[in-house]
Write a protein that binds this ligand. Structure first.
Ligand code: GLA
Length: 384
């Protein structure tokens, strides 16, 4: 939905034009999965799919929220009543951001909000981070809070961890806030230092496809949290602050020290090798050897499937079929247990691969996947 439509929707609801309109994108992650809560490396890029929000300030401690994507009217909340884990609806994301800003001492006195999003929800493409970041950026502008993008991302993560109650890392919010068009974001999640890596596949005759398996995932429910706790246990057993601190060169030694603790071995091996894969992909892209990232993506999928154990039959089928049909690389992306896979392919092979994946899903009697091409888009910004 465009800025104009959201602006008009706002005016129809609240009886006046909004003070402004902002957008924030969803993301796919090229490589670096389940590394962000281990202080490791990630490499997402922004999708053209965005959450768009029109906002005006209020001074009476009231937050009014409306979404064009959800049935129902305007939800009215009192800022003083906002409290963690009291809201199980979509409103928890924008309200959580307001809560996190106020908790950090920022003077936000209320707002009217109308939202619309084209980021598919439950597809592992960060629809919730897009919602959080668009609100954070808008409030930062309107209330002149002077916060930098990485600070907004941190506050959005806090909204998600504490207010919504989902124990996610910092990747999605930073991607939505900081990505740049035509680039992937090489992010060190320990200190949020970042480098924009040019990622223009079309110029090299390649494409990146997203295969949304339509299998919905839900992070707050269990498995994500278990993996995170397992990684923290692994770090404690190895005597490091975070698994990021286990050098790849010392992995064998670290695994030997974990002995027959099979779960810790698997989780540690995934995280340490995944950090190494991110660095490898960055080096390959920077040296112009883009096609060579394919096998690294494939190795990443195997590690998530076999060691981290967060894939599912639909994701594996999408990856295996795409590779058999000639893809250069493919892997699941995002939190896992459903959601989306990415496929790196020669432009000339896109049609064959798409058809093969669709047919394989039909044969397996899975819900038809949604396949689309992803080109690195802009991060969050003010539209008007
Ligand atoms: C979800 C979380 C992120 C990250 C990924 C896995 O998207 O929100 O913080 O942990 O899963 O890489």
């Amino acid at each position: 939905m465009g800025a104009q439509q959201v602006r008009e929707g706002f005016a129809a609801l609240y009886g006046a034009a909004p003070e402004g309109v902002w957008s924030a994108p969803g993301r796919v992650n090229l490589i670096g999965e389940h590394t962000d809560y281990n202080d490791g490396f990630v490499m997402p890029f922004a999708l053209p799919h965005t959450a768009v929000a029109a906002l005006s300030r209020r001074t009476d401690g009231v937050l009014r929220l409306h979404s064009a994507d959800v049935e129902g009217g305007v939800v009215e909340l009192r800022l003083d009543d906002l409290a963690p884990e009291t809201d199980r609806n979509w409103t928890a994301y924008p309200a959580g951001v307001v809560w996190a800003l106020r908790e950090a001492g920022h003077a936000v006195t209320g707002a009217d909000v109308h939202l619309a999003s084209t980021v598919p929800s439950g597809a592992g493409l960060s629809s919730s981070a897009a919602l959080e970041v668009v609100i954070a950026l808008a409030l930062n502008d309107l209330f002149e809070l002077g916060l930098q993008r990485w600070q907004l991302a941190r506050l959005c993560q806090r909204a998600e961890n504490v207010y919504v109650g989902a124990p996610t890392g910092i990747m999605d919010q930073t991607a939505s806030a900081c990505c740049e068009e035509g680039h992937a974001l090489f992010l060190d999640t320990r200190d949020l230092s970042q480098r924009q890596i040019p990622f223009d596949l079309a110029a090299e005759g390649m494409r990146l496809l997203v295969v949304d398996t339509q299998v919905k995932h839900a992070h707050s429910e269990g498995e994500y949290g278990k993996r995170r706790a397992g990684c923290e246990r692994g770090a404690a057993l190895l005597g490091v602050d975070a698994l990021r601190d286990v050098p790849y060169a010392e992995l064998d030694d670290a695994l030997a020290r974990l002995g027959d603790d099979e779960e810790a071995v698997r989780l540690v091996r995934h995280v340490v090798t995944e950090d190494e894969r991110v660095e490898k992909v960055v080096a390959l892209l920077e040296s112009g050897d883009t096609r060579a990232i394919g096998p690294v993506l494939v190795a990443g999928h195997a590690s998530l499937r076999d060691d981290f154990r967060i894939s599912c039959p639909e994701l594996d089928l999408a990856v295996d079929t795409a590779l058999a049909a000639g893809a250069l690389g493919a892997r699941m992306t995002g939190g896992g247990f459903g959601g989306s896979a990415i496929v790196l392919a020669e432009a000339a092979d896109v049609e064959t691969i798409t058809k093969a994946v669709e047919e394989a899903f039909a044969t397996a009697q899975f819900t038809a996947p949604r396949v689309f091409e992803a080109v690195p888009a802009a991060g969050a910004r003010r539209l008007s």
